[in-house]
Ligand binder design. Structure first.
Ligand SMILES: C[S@@+](CC[C@H](N)C(=O)[O-])C[C@H]1O[C@@H](n2cnc3c(N)ncnc32)[C@H](O)[C@@H]1O
Length: 315
Protein backbone atom coordinates (compact mmCIF):
# COMPACT_ATOMS: atom_id res chain seq x y z
CA UNK A 1 0.00 0.00 0.00
CA UNK A 2 1.41 3.38 -0.94
CA UNK A 3 1.34 6.34 1.43
CA UNK A 4 0.30 8.43 -1.60
CA UNK A 5 -3.17 6.91 -1.38
CA UNK A 6 -3.75 9.05 1.71
CA UNK A 7 -3.07 12.36 -0.07
CA UNK A 8 -0.61 14.91 1.27
CA UNK A 9 0.73 14.41 4.78
CA UNK A 10 2.51 17.78 4.80
CA UNK A 11 0.17 19.35 7.38
CA UNK A 12 0.62 16.40 9.75
CA UNK A 13 4.39 16.37 9.27
CA UNK A 14 4.49 20.11 10.05
CA UNK A 15 2.89 19.47 13.47
CA UNK A 16 6.29 18.19 14.56
CA UNK A 17 7.88 21.60 13.87
CA UNK A 18 5.18 23.24 15.95
CA UNK A 19 5.52 20.78 18.85
CA UNK A 20 9.32 21.09 18.83
CA UNK A 21 9.20 24.87 18.71
CA UNK A 22 6.77 24.92 21.69
CA UNK A 23 9.07 22.59 23.65
CA UNK A 24 12.07 24.79 22.78
CA UNK A 25 10.25 27.88 24.05
CA UNK A 26 9.33 26.22 27.36
CA UNK A 27 12.90 24.90 27.80
CA UNK A 28 14.38 28.36 27.07
CA UNK A 29 12.19 29.78 29.85
CA UNK A 30 13.36 27.15 32.36
CA UNK A 31 10.25 24.90 32.55
CA UNK A 32 12.51 21.86 32.32
CA UNK A 33 16.10 21.14 31.31
CA UNK A 34 16.81 19.65 27.90
CA UNK A 35 20.39 20.21 26.73
CA UNK A 36 19.68 17.99 23.70
CA UNK A 37 16.82 19.97 22.21
CA UNK A 38 18.99 22.73 20.65
CA UNK A 39 20.76 19.99 18.67
CA UNK A 40 17.51 19.11 16.86
CA UNK A 41 16.03 22.60 17.00
CA UNK A 42 18.85 25.11 16.53
CA UNK A 43 16.58 28.11 15.77
CA UNK A 44 15.53 30.65 18.40
CA UNK A 45 12.01 29.59 19.41
CA UNK A 46 9.02 31.92 19.09
CA UNK A 47 7.58 33.04 22.41
CA UNK A 48 4.43 31.12 23.36
CA UNK A 49 1.75 32.08 25.91
CA UNK A 50 2.26 30.86 29.52
CA UNK A 51 -0.63 28.36 29.35
CA UNK A 52 0.98 26.68 26.31
CA UNK A 53 4.32 26.49 28.13
CA UNK A 54 2.67 24.97 31.20
CA UNK A 55 0.80 22.53 28.97
CA UNK A 56 4.02 21.33 27.34
CA UNK A 57 5.67 21.07 30.75
CA UNK A 58 2.81 18.92 32.09
CA UNK A 59 2.86 16.71 28.98
CA UNK A 60 6.63 16.24 28.78
CA UNK A 61 7.09 15.75 32.51
CA UNK A 62 4.18 13.28 32.84
CA UNK A 63 5.44 11.12 29.98
CA UNK A 64 8.99 11.19 31.34
CA UNK A 65 7.81 10.09 34.81
CA UNK A 66 5.63 7.27 33.43
CA UNK A 67 8.37 5.90 31.18
CA UNK A 68 10.93 6.25 33.98
CA UNK A 69 8.65 4.11 36.19
CA UNK A 70 8.25 1.52 33.45
CA UNK A 71 12.03 1.24 33.07
CA UNK A 72 12.49 1.04 36.86
CA UNK A 73 9.79 -1.62 37.34
CA UNK A 74 11.26 -3.75 34.53
CA UNK A 75 14.82 -3.04 35.76
CA UNK A 76 15.66 -1.87 32.26
CA UNK A 77 14.78 -5.21 30.71
CA UNK A 78 12.28 -3.60 28.37
CA UNK A 79 11.80 -1.78 25.08
CA UNK A 80 10.31 1.61 24.31
CA UNK A 81 8.69 2.35 20.95
CA UNK A 82 7.90 6.01 20.28
CA UNK A 83 5.27 6.21 17.51
CA UNK A 84 5.38 9.46 15.54
CA UNK A 85 8.35 10.49 17.67
CA UNK A 86 9.12 13.69 15.76
CA UNK A 87 12.22 15.40 17.18
CA UNK A 88 11.58 14.14 20.71
CA UNK A 89 14.71 13.89 22.86
CA UNK A 90 13.31 11.43 25.41
CA UNK A 91 15.96 8.77 24.73
CA UNK A 92 18.77 11.22 25.56
CA UNK A 93 17.03 12.68 28.62
CA UNK A 94 16.39 9.18 29.98
CA UNK A 95 19.94 8.09 29.34
CA UNK A 96 21.43 11.11 31.08
CA UNK A 97 19.19 10.29 34.09
CA UNK A 98 20.60 6.75 34.09
CA UNK A 99 17.60 4.97 32.51
CA UNK A 100 18.48 2.75 29.59
CA UNK A 101 16.03 0.25 28.12
CA UNK A 102 17.32 -2.62 25.98
CA UNK A 103 15.99 -0.92 22.87
CA UNK A 104 14.49 2.50 22.17
CA UNK A 105 12.86 2.70 18.76
CA UNK A 106 11.46 5.83 17.13
CA UNK A 107 9.15 5.73 14.10
CA UNK A 108 7.97 8.62 11.94
CA UNK A 109 7.50 9.63 8.32
CA UNK A 110 10.73 9.65 6.28
CA UNK A 111 10.58 13.47 5.93
CA UNK A 112 10.94 13.70 9.73
CA UNK A 113 13.43 10.87 10.28
CA UNK A 114 15.70 12.18 7.49
CA UNK A 115 15.99 15.55 9.24
CA UNK A 116 16.48 13.95 12.64
CA UNK A 117 19.15 11.60 11.26
CA UNK A 118 20.93 14.64 9.85
CA UNK A 119 20.81 16.50 13.18
CA UNK A 120 22.03 13.47 15.12
CA UNK A 121 24.94 12.97 12.72
CA UNK A 122 26.01 16.59 13.24
CA UNK A 123 25.86 16.52 17.03
CA UNK A 124 28.61 15.08 19.18
CA UNK A 125 26.32 15.10 22.24
CA UNK A 126 23.57 13.15 20.49
CA UNK A 127 25.97 10.76 18.78
CA UNK A 128 27.90 9.96 21.93
CA UNK A 129 24.77 8.79 23.75
CA UNK A 130 23.79 6.33 21.01
CA UNK A 131 27.29 4.94 20.53
CA UNK A 132 28.98 2.04 22.17
CA UNK A 133 32.64 0.99 21.96
CA UNK A 134 31.83 -2.25 20.15
CA UNK A 135 28.98 -1.01 18.02
CA UNK A 136 29.24 0.84 14.73
CA UNK A 137 26.30 3.15 14.12
CA UNK A 138 24.64 2.24 10.84
CA UNK A 139 22.75 4.90 8.98
CA UNK A 140 21.34 5.96 5.66
CA UNK A 141 19.31 9.00 4.67
CA UNK A 142 16.16 8.13 6.66
CA UNK A 143 17.19 5.49 9.19
CA UNK A 144 19.72 5.19 11.96
CA UNK A 145 20.70 2.19 14.07
CA UNK A 146 22.61 3.02 17.23
CA UNK A 147 23.52 0.60 20.01
CA UNK A 148 20.15 0.79 21.79
CA UNK A 149 18.59 3.67 19.88
CA UNK A 150 16.95 3.09 16.47
CA UNK A 151 15.30 5.74 14.31
CA UNK A 152 13.22 4.33 11.45
CA UNK A 153 11.07 5.83 8.73
CA UNK A 154 7.64 4.34 8.28
CA UNK A 155 4.01 5.17 7.73
CA UNK A 156 2.16 4.01 10.84
CA UNK A 157 -0.95 3.39 8.71
CA UNK A 158 0.81 0.59 6.85
CA UNK A 159 1.10 -2.31 9.31
CA UNK A 160 3.34 -4.46 7.11
CA UNK A 161 5.82 -1.56 6.98
CA UNK A 162 5.67 -1.01 10.75
CA UNK A 163 6.29 -4.71 11.35
CA UNK A 164 9.21 -4.83 8.89
CA UNK A 165 10.85 -1.76 10.45
CA UNK A 166 10.46 -3.08 13.98
CA UNK A 167 12.00 -6.38 12.93
CA UNK A 168 14.88 -4.55 11.26
CA UNK A 169 15.37 -2.87 14.66
CA UNK A 170 15.64 -6.37 16.19
CA UNK A 171 12.49 -5.95 18.26
CA UNK A 172 11.91 -8.73 20.78
CA UNK A 173 8.17 -9.45 21.01
CA UNK A 174 8.65 -11.28 24.31
CA UNK A 175 10.16 -8.32 26.20
CA UNK A 176 7.93 -5.88 28.12
CA UNK A 177 7.39 -3.00 25.68
CA UNK A 178 6.03 0.50 26.27
CA UNK A 179 4.58 2.45 23.36
CA UNK A 180 4.29 6.23 23.34
CA UNK A 181 2.06 8.22 21.01
CA UNK A 182 2.13 11.95 21.69
CA UNK A 183 -0.47 13.66 19.48
CA UNK A 184 -0.18 11.06 16.73
CA UNK A 185 -3.20 8.69 16.58
CA UNK A 186 -5.55 11.64 16.09
CA UNK A 187 -4.01 12.22 12.64
CA UNK A 188 -4.76 8.67 11.51
CA UNK A 189 -8.10 7.40 10.27
CA UNK A 190 -9.78 5.30 13.02
CA UNK A 191 -9.56 2.07 11.03
CA UNK A 192 -5.78 2.39 10.74
CA UNK A 193 -5.13 3.43 14.35
CA UNK A 194 -7.40 0.60 15.57
CA UNK A 195 -5.51 -1.91 13.42
CA UNK A 196 -2.23 -0.70 14.89
CA UNK A 197 -3.49 -0.95 18.50
CA UNK A 198 -4.96 -4.39 17.81
CA UNK A 199 -1.73 -5.62 16.23
CA UNK A 200 0.36 -4.43 19.20
CA UNK A 201 -1.99 -6.11 21.71
CA UNK A 202 -1.79 -9.40 19.82
CA UNK A 203 1.86 -9.39 18.83
CA UNK A 204 3.59 -8.32 22.06
CA UNK A 205 3.62 -10.59 25.06
CA UNK A 206 3.38 -7.70 27.50
CA UNK A 207 2.60 -4.19 26.27
CA UNK A 208 1.98 -0.84 27.92
CA UNK A 209 0.77 2.24 26.04
CA UNK A 210 0.95 5.95 26.83
CA UNK A 211 -1.28 8.03 24.59
CA UNK A 212 -1.31 11.81 24.92
CA UNK A 213 -3.91 13.66 22.92
CA UNK A 214 -7.06 15.76 22.83
CA UNK A 215 -10.27 14.99 24.70
CA UNK A 216 -13.72 16.59 25.06
CA UNK A 217 -13.58 17.77 21.46
CA UNK A 218 -17.39 17.90 21.28
CA UNK A 219 -17.80 21.09 23.34
CA UNK A 220 -17.39 24.68 22.15
CA UNK A 221 -13.70 24.99 23.15
CA UNK A 222 -12.97 21.61 21.52
CA UNK A 223 -14.67 22.70 18.30
CA UNK A 224 -12.50 25.83 18.16
CA UNK A 225 -9.36 23.70 18.71
CA UNK A 226 -10.43 21.41 15.88
CA UNK A 227 -11.15 24.20 13.44
CA UNK A 228 -7.80 25.90 14.27
CA UNK A 229 -5.95 22.70 13.43
CA UNK A 230 -8.01 22.12 10.29
CA UNK A 231 -7.22 25.63 9.10
CA UNK A 232 -3.56 24.58 9.19
CA UNK A 233 -4.31 21.82 6.65
CA UNK A 234 -4.30 19.21 9.32
CA UNK A 235 -7.19 16.84 9.15
CA UNK A 236 -7.88 15.23 12.50
CA UNK A 237 -9.34 12.04 11.10
CA UNK A 238 -9.16 10.32 14.47
CA UNK A 239 -11.10 13.01 16.36
CA UNK A 240 -14.02 10.66 17.22
CA UNK A 241 -11.87 8.70 19.70
CA UNK A 242 -11.08 12.02 21.42
CA UNK A 243 -14.73 12.71 22.28
CA UNK A 244 -14.50 11.78 25.98
CA UNK A 245 -12.18 10.11 28.50
CA UNK A 246 -14.40 7.04 28.15
CA UNK A 247 -13.95 6.92 24.35
CA UNK A 248 -10.19 7.24 24.82
CA UNK A 249 -10.24 4.18 27.11
CA UNK A 250 -12.72 2.24 24.97
CA UNK A 251 -10.57 2.37 21.83
CA UNK A 252 -7.93 0.26 23.62
CA UNK A 253 -10.28 -2.23 25.27
CA UNK A 254 -12.12 -2.74 21.96
CA UNK A 255 -8.80 -3.65 20.34
CA UNK A 256 -7.89 -6.34 22.84
CA UNK A 257 -6.10 -4.43 25.62
CA UNK A 258 -6.81 -5.72 29.15
CA UNK A 259 -7.52 -2.26 30.53
CA UNK A 260 -7.05 1.48 30.06
CA UNK A 261 -7.27 4.59 32.17
CA UNK A 262 -7.62 8.12 30.81
CA UNK A 263 -7.01 11.23 32.94
CA UNK A 264 -7.24 14.80 31.72
CA UNK A 265 -4.27 17.12 32.16
CA UNK A 266 -6.08 18.98 34.95
CA UNK A 267 -6.06 15.73 36.96
CA UNK A 268 -2.45 14.94 36.05
CA UNK A 269 -1.28 18.45 36.96
CA UNK A 270 -2.54 17.79 40.52
CA UNK A 271 -0.46 14.60 40.67
CA UNK A 272 2.84 16.02 39.44
CA UNK A 273 5.54 16.51 42.13
CA UNK A 274 4.41 19.63 44.03
CA UNK A 275 7.79 21.28 44.57
CA UNK A 276 8.50 21.31 40.84
CA UNK A 277 4.98 22.49 39.99
CA UNK A 278 5.41 25.40 42.45
CA UNK A 279 8.72 26.30 40.81
CA UNK A 280 7.14 26.25 37.36
CA UNK A 281 4.18 28.36 38.47
CA UNK A 282 6.58 31.12 39.51
CA UNK A 283 8.21 31.29 36.06
CA UNK A 284 5.50 33.30 34.33
CA UNK A 285 2.38 35.14 35.39
CA UNK A 286 -0.89 33.76 34.06
CA UNK A 287 -3.32 36.47 32.98
CA UNK A 288 -6.25 34.13 32.86
CA UNK A 289 -6.57 30.95 34.85
CA UNK A 290 -9.75 30.06 32.97
CA UNK A 291 -7.86 29.54 29.69
CA UNK A 292 -5.39 27.17 31.36
CA UNK A 293 -8.24 25.19 32.92
CA UNK A 294 -9.98 24.94 29.55
CA UNK A 295 -6.79 23.83 27.81
CA UNK A 296 -5.94 21.25 30.47
CA UNK A 297 -9.43 19.76 30.32
CA UNK A 298 -9.04 19.27 26.55
CA UNK A 299 -5.93 17.10 26.65
CA UNK A 300 -5.45 13.78 28.39
CA UNK A 301 -3.09 10.88 28.92
CA UNK A 302 -4.44 7.39 28.50
CA UNK A 303 -2.42 4.48 29.77
CA UNK A 304 -3.37 1.02 28.55
CA UNK A 305 -2.02 -2.43 29.34
CA UNK A 306 -2.19 -5.99 28.12
CA UNK A 307 -0.60 -7.15 31.35
CA UNK A 308 -2.01 -6.12 34.75
CA UNK A 309 1.54 -5.68 36.07
CA UNK A 310 1.51 -2.26 34.37
CA UNK A 311 -1.53 -0.94 36.28
CA UNK A 312 0.96 0.25 38.91
CA UNK A 313 2.56 2.63 36.35
CA UNK A 314 0.68 5.80 37.26
CA UNK A 315 1.54 9.28 38.42
C1 LIG B 1 2.27 16.57 16.81
S1 LIG B 1 3.70 15.77 16.19
C2 LIG B 1 4.32 15.10 17.70
C3 LIG B 1 5.76 14.70 17.65
C4 LIG B 1 6.26 14.10 18.97
N1 LIG B 1 5.50 12.91 19.31
C5 LIG B 1 6.17 15.13 20.06
O1 LIG B 1 5.25 15.06 20.87
O2 LIG B 1 7.00 16.04 20.06
C6 LIG B 1 2.99 14.32 15.38
C7 LIG B 1 4.03 13.42 14.77
O3 LIG B 1 3.40 12.23 14.33
C8 LIG B 1 3.91 11.87 13.07
N2 LIG B 1 2.91 11.06 12.37
C9 LIG B 1 1.58 11.31 12.25
N3 LIG B 1 0.99 10.37 11.49
C10 LIG B 1 1.96 9.49 11.15
C11 LIG B 1 1.98 8.30 10.35
N4 LIG B 1 0.88 7.84 9.75
N5 LIG B 1 3.15 7.66 10.20
C12 LIG B 1 4.30 8.13 10.78
N6 LIG B 1 4.33 9.25 11.53
C13 LIG B 1 3.18 9.92 11.71
C14 LIG B 1 4.15 13.22 12.39
O4 LIG B 1 5.04 13.14 11.30
C15 LIG B 1 4.72 14.04 13.55
O5 LIG B 1 6.10 13.93 13.67
Amino acid sequence: MMAAEYGSDDGVIATNDDATSCKACAVSLGYWKDPYLPHVYPAAPDRRPPEINRGFYARTHSIFLLIQKFIQVTKGDCQIVNLGAGFDTLFWRLKSAGHTPVRFIELDFSEVTAKKTHYIQRSKALLQAISDDDYDIKLNRNNLHGFRYKLMSTDLRVLSEVEAKLEESEIDYSLPTAFIAECVLVYMCPTKSSQLLNWIAKKFKSAFFINYEMVNLGDRFGEVMLSNLRSRHCDLQGAAACATLQSQEDRFVQEGWAGAEATDMMGLWERLPRADVSRVMRLEMLDENELLTQLFSHYCITTAWTDTRWTEITL
